[in-house]
Every structure is written in structure tokens, then in C-alpha cells.
Ligand binder design. Structure first.
Ligand SMILES: Cc1ncc(COP(=O)(O)O)c(C=O)c1O
Length: 497
């Protein structure tokens, strides 16, 4: 890792003090290096101990009021006190297997010791971080490590989140091409700030936030629609997730490659949003590698810092940066105060090292293929299971209308109230009965998405399949607690607000 940190902390007189860097191996909140011991006036561990149990009340009173309501309705209102790897633990001592990974940030599992150690080190090094008029070493090193995985790209911009990485990509594409139009796909999700929202393919998110940027939506995987829009002119770029997060839609074979050819012919760019799919999630380092394309701009975030520090990165070809940052007057033309901060960069360097050392990209490909195959075997067995799709450890399964009479009525009632309730009805017993956390993959679709840590073993994949069998067998009986709960969901959906 970086020299100052590797060799010791720099003291106030400029000397290096190696003994000040005591890595807290396995240290918790109140243990570890002298620097991380509670300081007079503030003791975080004591504060958490004293106030544990108040989180949902505080959320309801002072933060998002709907969150605790929703958590209570589906019985997810637990009090988690600890997490490690693929597991979280509540205040009752229950263990939960995490197949959601904080929407994909815990690719390495939770609280990975190597990333924690890097964070202890970076804090204890007391670096001169965020000088602003300086070139931070750790940002250069992380850029170097990221670009080594995308040799056709030359430069990186670091921001603080996925949506910021996308905002930078949109601005860079427009400026570099001198064109205004961005094409995006239906069902697309690229974040919720205004620029990213303008290229969001779901009305649910957009409604009421108009006017947004005047971008153009095309159907995901539709080459003719892409051609048509390119022919109209003024297209700066197509922005696309190589596998869509909402619904886990995989593009038709050859689409991205053909799209890249068409875009190039029209002088337009291909931007791949790898915020969710990147860093091994789909069994290759970047998901675009499955498609044999070389995007002009690539965005990453989520798993990049091992789940500890918000971070986002926009990687691009050199000529794009050279246009955007074309003169000294334009040095800060796109920037963010906390971008390239040392904790994020150090965590990123450690996370990428773990990804390599533990061969997590390979594990994602291997366990993902096994898990998908086992789930796909069940399509004939359960009439409401329609499709299993995805790549690596980004897996979606879709439910559909049953053919048997005993199930049809229940299914129709759920669909009439709100599409997606059946998938929710499956997520809930997976959690309540089997203590496995999953999610419904978007609004109004009966798709469940699995995003487990890339560290999971075959035994953990099998544990999921067994739990799934139990829940699906129950659902296919057409009566019982699960369907009672379905009726509760219907009542809630009718009430809304
Ligand atoms: C593909 C994609 N892009 C962008 C984002 C936005 O990331 P963030 O929530 O960090 O802003 C997400 C978040 O889920 C995403 O999946």
C-alpha cells in the first residue's frame, strides 16, 4: 500500500513514527490501537450500548417515517448488533445469512479484517488528507489498481457514491462529444440525484420530480430503437447497466457488442454503469467483459471500499478527460470536496487486494453457476417459478401466474392489489423462518434478487436452496400462514400513504 502508511505515520516534525501504527487485529469498537481507545468526552461504544433499542423510534421520529412502518409490516424490524462475513446478529442472539449485502456493497462480506486494518492504519497515520491543492498518493495508487483491470481506459475521477459516478459520466460524455442527448434503457437504475434520475427507466422514481433532463429512453436490448435514435442525431452516449439491477435483466446475446459498433459509427460513446455489476459480482471483474466490449466510460462504486466508506469512480478513455480538463482554468470544472479522501482510497486499495488474494471473482463465477443451476432445476417443480437469470452472484428469479385452480385465485388477488406482492410474500418467510435476508428486485415486479457476498461457500448456497424449497412448497399449498400474510400485504397495499 501507500508509502506513508506502509512505513509509518508522519509526526509533526516530519519524522516517521512506525510505532504509532498499531493495527488492531480483530479489534472492536473499544479495543485495538491506542489511537482507537475511547477519548475523554466521547465514547461511541458506551453510547451505542446505552441507546441500543431506540433506532426504529428515532428513524420514525426524525428520519424517513415510512421505513420503520415498512419494516414492521414485513417483520424486518430487528435490532442488529454485530456482523461478520455473510452473517448479521441481532440483540436476541439470532444469526442471519445476508443475501442482500447492503444492496451489493459487501462483496467481501461484512467487516473484512483486512479492510478494517487498512482503515485503522489510515486513521492512525494522521495524513494530510483533503489538502485540495495537492495530488493525494492513495488516489493515484487506487486509480492505478483499477485501471490495471481495464487496460483500455486511462483515467479515473473519484467521487463519493454511485450516483455521483454516473453524474460525472453524463457530464463527461456531453462535454467530450459536444452533444446533448443521452440514451438510456427502460427499467434502468443509475441513482437518484437529478441527473441520474433523468436516465432512470421507472416512472415510480421520476414522477413528481419534473422537469428532468431531456434524455431518451429505449427498450433494453433493442438495437433498432438504438439505431433510430442515433439517426436522429445529437447522441452523446448510451448509458447502460450490463445486467440491470432492477429485475436482473440480462441483455440479449450480442446486443452490447452490436450497440458499441453502432455508437462508434455515429461518434457516440458507450457508458457501462458497473456500480452494481462491477468488481466480481457477475463472475468477471467487470460485467462488460462477458460481452466483449470496451466501453468508453465505466462507473463503479458500492463494493469498491469493502462497504466501509462511501466512494464512487468514473473511469474513462484519456481523450475524454483531456477534453473536460483541457486547460488550467478548467482544473476544478468537475470535482467534489470529499472525492479521493484517504479513508475511501485506503479501503479501496485493501478491498481490491482482498478480491485478488481470496480469488473472489472466481468464487462468484463458480458458486453463482452452481446456485443458478440448482434454482433453475426447480422451474418445473414449482408452477409459480418462471425463470432464473443473472450471472455470477447476481441472480434473479421471476414468478408468474399459476395454472392450477387452487393457486389462481390467491395469485389474482395479490396481482389486483399490487404486482410484486407474491415476491414479497416469499421474501418474508425466507427471513422470518430461515433468517436469510433477500429483496424484491424493484417495484411492481415479481422478481427476487440475490446479491450474497462473493465469499459464500457451496454450503451457504445449499442452505439458501433448502430454505427456498421449504418456502415454495408452502406457497404452492395455496393456504396457510403465508397466504394469510399475503392478505395482510393486500390490505396494506390498498391502504397506502
Ligand atoms: C447500477 C447502479 N448505478 C447507480 C446506483 C446508485 O448508487 P448510489 O446509491 O451509491 O448512489 C446504483 C444503486 O443501486 C446502481 O445499482
Amino acid at each position: 500500500m501507500g508509502s506513508a502508511i506502509e512505513s509509518g505515520a508522519v509526526g509533526s516534525d516530519g519524522t516517521v513514527e512506525p510505532e504509532r501504527i498499531t493495527v488492531a487485529d480483530g479489534a472492536g469498537m473499544s479495543g485495538g490501537s491506542p489511537a482507537s481507545l475511547p477519548q475523554p468526552g466521547f465514547d461511541l461504544a458506551a453510547l451505542i450500548k446505552e441507546r441500543t433499542g431506540e433506532a426504529h423510534r428515532l428513524q420514525a421520529q426524525m428520519l424517513n417515517p415510512q421505513l420503520p412502518r415498512m419494516l414492521h409490516t414485513i417483520g424486518f424490524d430487528r435490532t442488529y448488533v454485530r456482523a461478520e462475513g455473510a452473517y448479521m446478529y441481532d440483540d436476541q442472539g439470532n444469526e442471519y445469512l445476508d443475501f442482500l449485502s447492503g444492496f451489493g456493497v459487501f462483496g467481501l462480506g461484512r467487516n473484512h479484517p483486512t479492510v478494517r486494518a487498512a482503515l485503522h492504519q489510515v486513521l492512525d497515520a494522521q495524513l494530510a488528507d483533503l489538502v485540495q491543492f495537492d495530488s493525494p498518493l492513495l488516489a493515484g495508487l487506487l486509480a492505478e489498481k483499477l485501471l490495471a483491470r481495464a487496460p483500455h481506459l486511462d483515467r479515473v475521477y473519484f467521487g463519493n457514491s454511485g450516483t455521483e459516478a454516473v453524474e460525472a459520466a453524463l457530464k463527461f460524455a456531453r462535454y467530450a462529444t459536444g452533444r446533448g442527448r443521452i440514451l438510456y434503457c427502460d427499467h434502468a437504475f443509475h441513482g437518484l440525484t437529478t441527473g441520474s434520475l433523468s436516465v432512470n427507466g421507472e416512472d415510480e422514481f421520476r414522477r413528481g420530480f419534473d422537469p428532468l433532463l431531456p434524455d431518451t429512453m429505449i427498450p433494453f436490448g433493442d438495437l433498432e430503437a438504438l439505431e433510430r435514435e442515433l439517426a436522429r442525431g445529437g447522441v452523446a452516449a448510451l448509458l447502460i447497466e450490463p445486467i440491470q439491477g432492477k429485475g436482473v435483466y440480462v441483455p440479449p446475446p450480442g446486443f452490447l457488442k452490436a450497440a458499441q459498433e453502432r455508437l462508434r459509427a455515429h461518434g457516440a460513446l458507450l457508458i457501462c454503469d458497473e456500480v452494481q455489476t462491477g468488481l466480481g459480482r457477475t463472475g468477471t471483474f467487470f460485467a462488460y467483459e462477458h460481452e466483449g466490449v470496451e466501453p468508453d466510460i465505466v462507473t463503479v462504486a458500492k463494493a469498491l471500499s469493502g462497504g466501509f466508506v462511501p466512494v464512487g469512480a468514473t473511469m474513462a478513455k484519456g481523450w475524454i478527460f483531456e477534453k473536460v480538463y483541457s486547460s488550467m482554468d478548467r482544473v476544478l470544472v468537475h470535482d467534489s470536496t470529499f472525492g479521493s479522501n484517504a479513508p475511501a482510497m485506503a479501503a479501496g486499495l485493501a478491498a481490491l487486494t482482498v478480491l485478488e488474494d481470496e480469488k473472489l471473482v472466481e468464487n462468484s463465477a463458480r458458486i453463482g453457476a452452481l446456485l443458478q443451476a440448482k434454482l433453475a432445476e426447480r422451474i418445473g417443480r414449482y408452477e409459480m417459478l418462471r425463470e432464473v437469470r443473472g450471472r455470477g452472484l447476481m441472480i434473479g428469479f421471476e414468478f408468474g401466474k399459476p395454472s392450477s385452480l387452487k393457486l389462481k385465485a390467491g395469485w389474482n388477488t395479490l396481482q389486483a392489489a399490487r404486482q410484486g406482492l407474491f415476491a414479497q410474500m416469499v421474501v418474508v418467510p425466507l427471513f422470518q423462518r430461515h433468517r436469510i435476508l433477500t429483496q424484491v428486485s424493484g417495484d411492481h415486479i415479481d422478481v427476487i434478487k440475490l446479491l450474497p457476498p462473493l465469499t459464500i461457500t457451496e454450503a451457504e448456497a445449499d442452505r439458501f436452496v433448502e430454505a427456498f424449497d421449504d418456502v415454495m412448497a408452502d406457497a404452492h399449498r395455496g393456504t396457510g400462514l403465508m397466504w394469510d400474510f399475503g392478505r395482510t400485504l393486500v390490505k396494506q397495499a390498498m391502504r397506502r400513504g
